[in-house]
Design a protein around this ligand. Sequence first.
Ligand code: UD1
Length: 370
Amino acid sequence: MKKEIICVVGARPNFTKIAPIIAAINSHSRNITPFLLHTGQHYDEAMKASFFDQLGIPEPDVDLEVGSGSHAVQTADVMKRFEPILDERNPAAILVVGDVNSTIACALVAVKKDVRVIHVEAGLRSYDRKMPEEVNRVLTDQISDLLFTTEKSAQDNLSKEGVSLDRVRFVGNVMIDTLLKNVKNAVPLEDTLRGVENIDRFLSGDFGLITMHRPSNVDNESILALLVDTLVELSGQLPMLFPVHPRTLGQLEKFGLKNKLNDSGITLLPPLGYLNLLGLMAKSKVVLTDSGGIQEETTALGVPCITLRENTERPITVGEGTNTIVGTDAEKIKSTFYDILKTGGKAGCVPELWDGKTSERIVEILDKWI
Ligand code: UD1
């Protein structure tokens, strides 16, 4: 009989990681069956449902419906609601992905019940403990039994933290499985931008794309104001599209910065589905972002990326890919941007094992390990 693994998702970046794993278990596994649990950390149509639909993720077997809250409330609610499900299902293991609050919350419940934990996208480190995700990464890796990594630097990070390398497997990047499978099906620009004013200036591909949602950028008024001023200035050179995360929208309104954006070359959009954003990303001249996943996706697509953070936990995107880290230094953002417009930016190459087959490798390993 097949053994059950509870596969956990919670927030938007988890969905692109779990989709190919569930598909590969269902199509290739001899020994495992998945039980999909959504914590409900992200719940809106735009933040959740459109991803499930577009990526063909099955309806979750359970939705814990925790919703938004402070870190303590959100993490505690996931833990409290996850425990009875774990007792009832009594799985052979749980599988968590990425670094969101749902990841550490479920891993912590499982380890205390002596249920084995599998962590996909282990070992990434920004070495910035002010980032909530960094705390989630370090702690999840410490309590995981099997750790799948996307790049070689992850192994060194884990080794330094005393994680035995017997538990670590370098398999590549599941998010790139999703990207390679879906890039042909990306929603065309004209469909995503239907109803946008002056749509023609974007259809030629002469535009930049902005995404921004990290608390370190959007929760601090002076940093957000500096970023807005800088982006507004750059949009005088190249029109930009900016799908706005709900956290960011709230902060722009709170600090009275939204009007500046409305009066610029930046077009604000609601949060987009995966295939819609992929369509924009693949066509854009440059992407300015503070997302972790987008640094990797632009590297896989060969699109220049400017990362509006002081560090990255994904250094291969800088060493081998198309990414440049600029922090929130206005001069650095501008000079990197103008350099990309002039030269086309770093050519980059696609990192080892980012080949669309990572989920299959994971399932092969799991079939033996379980
Ligand atoms: C979370 C993750 C972050 C990830 C990001 C992607 C943590 C610590 N952070 O941050 O790593 O990059 O997701 O989006 O887990 N909201 C909605 N609708 C939703 C969900 C959230 O409107 O469906 C709003 C709420 O006002 C909420 C705010 O967004 O308070 C923040 O949501 P939350 O899940 O707490 O954190 P994110 O900033 O989304």
